[in-house]
Design a binder for this molecule. Structure first.
Ligand SMILES: Cc1cc2nc3c(=O)[nH]c(=O)nc-3n(C[C@H](O)[C@H](O)[C@H](O)COP(=O)(O)OP(=O)(O)OC[C@H]3O[C@@H](n4cnc5c(N)ncnc54)[C@H](O)[C@@H]3O)c2cc1C
Length: 379
């Protein structure tokens, strides 16, 4: 039987690739393999393109370069001008962010397959791929991204901006974009710019906030007390720290200007059902709606059929009821089985699913790999 992989990383998105690079830098002798049917970072690029985003929401400190100063140095060396950074926090353009990632992330072995099953085999993990291959690994990292898109109750028939096959297409019929967060606002602006007649449906008035969670959680000011709190207190801390449904200042001003100018209609309501091209609202109104696009994010809890769902079932692991897995400080659900992204929030804080979370996951797992390497060295 083939030698087991030291580290098998399921998912070649920003998280999986950064973690793989951090492990390779920690110990170049490790065998590290990415498993993903998609090309590296493809899901990230597809979602960014669907929304029409041109700048990251996070600051210039959040990137996938090797070192803290990587983005700064890359800007200077690559001749990127001011058009590639935005506002007080110098948010990087998507083009700049992606270029740095491609320049600095390690090229690792990549098996272009879907991982379908995860089982324990003695001290190792077995991963079964869609083509029937079975891979054995000492460590498996679940970096499989945010999971299933979220369709609110009654709206199962609507398309979602993060559906894999989503296309905005040419302007035809009037379109309602549902979702008051950054994705909904960006999509409404993109559709307007591409000539669509758009209405933006939100539950609340647009609310500005620089970031999608409190910035103190990007450092010890937030993370020290968070980690000092009991695990059962952290769910409430996460909820208090996150700012869902808010807009950074540039998007807030663009969308409010478009609403004021009448370029985009605004409907403040809660949709409850969509049938026969009609959108039913909680207040009893019924809107003619030939096309409804949801920009309502992702389901928090993992689907039972997902790898994380299977892993929870197989290990008797649990979440806190909000999609955050109960894991140890090495991000392990069980020995050698590591969870990253938003499900790792109880260890990595509210930014676990963000670029910052990828860096932290990479640092923690690299520290573990170094410690394991040290124990194997002759005394
Ligand atoms: C539009 C948008 C903008 C964002 N902007 C920011 C920002 O500005 N700053 C920030 O910090 N964060 C941002 N985020 C949040 C986060 O950084 C991104 O969602 C990022 O892509 C998450 O990376 P990931 O690797 O966890 O997930 P993904 O990019 O989804 O990658 C996961 C990969 O896993 C693969 N996969 C899934 N299941 C399997 C399986 N069973 N077998 C094999 N492979 C599998 C998928 O094919 C995918 O390629 C944004 C998110 C979105 C959607």
């Amino acid at each position: 039987m083939a030698r087991p992989h030291d580290w098998l990383i399921i998912g070649a998105g920003p998280q999986g690739r950064f973690i793989g690079s951090a492990l390779a830098a920690a110990d170049p002798s490790l065998s590290i393999t990415l498993v993903d049917p998609e090309a590296p970072m493809q899901a990230w690029r597809r979602r960014a393109a669907a929304t029409g985003m041109t700048f990251l929401r996070s600051s210039n400190a959040h990137h996938l370069g090797r070192h803290r100063r990587s983005l700064h140095d890359f800007i200077a060396a690559g001749g990127y001008d001011r058009r590639h950074t935005l506002g007080y926090y110098r948010r990087p353009s998507l083009a700049l962010f992606n270029a740095l990632a491609e320049a600095e992330l390690a090229c690792l072995e990549h098996i272009r397959q879907q991982a379908e099953q995860l089982t324990r085999d003695g001290k190792r993990w077995q991963v079964q791929l869609a083509d029937g291959q079975r891979l054995a690994a000492c460590h498996v990292v679940l970096a499989s991204g945010p999971g299933a898109v979220y369709r609110p109750p009654g709206l199962a028939a609507c398309e979602h901006v993060f559906d894999r096959e989503f296309k905005l297409g040419k302007p035809k019929q009037p379109t309602i974009v549902v979702g008051g967060g950054i994705t909904g606002a960006q999509l409404a602006l993109r559709a307007r710019d591409e000539g669509h007649r758009v209405a933006w449906l939100t539950r609340r008035a647009p609310e500005p906030a620089d970031f999608d969670s409190e910035p103190r959680y990007a450092g010890p000011l937030g993370m020290r007390p968070f980690l000092a709190a009991g695990v059962n207190e952290r769910t409430a801390l996460l909820a208090a720290a996150r700012r869902p449904g808010t807009l950074p200042p540039d998007i807030h001003s663009q969308i409010t200007a478009a609403l004021a100018a009448g370029d985009i209609d605004w409907i403040q309501a809660t949709p409850v059902a969509y049938r026969r091209s009609e959108l039913h609202l909680a207040d009893g109104r019924v809107l003619d709606a030939p096309r409804v696009i949801l920009a309502t994010g992702f389901a928090a809890e993992p689907a039972p059929s997902s790898l994380l769902g299977q892993a929870l079932e197989a290990t008797g692991g649990q979440t806190d009821g909000y999609g955050h897995a109960l894991i140890d400080s090495d991000l392990q659900l069980a020995s050698g089985l590591h969870v990253t992204g938003r499900p790792a929030s109880l260890q990595l804080g509210p930014m676990a699913g963000n670029i910052k979370g990828a860096r932290w996951a990479g640092e923690r797992l690299a520290a573990l790999a170094r410690a394991e390497g040290d124990t194997k060295k002759p005394a």
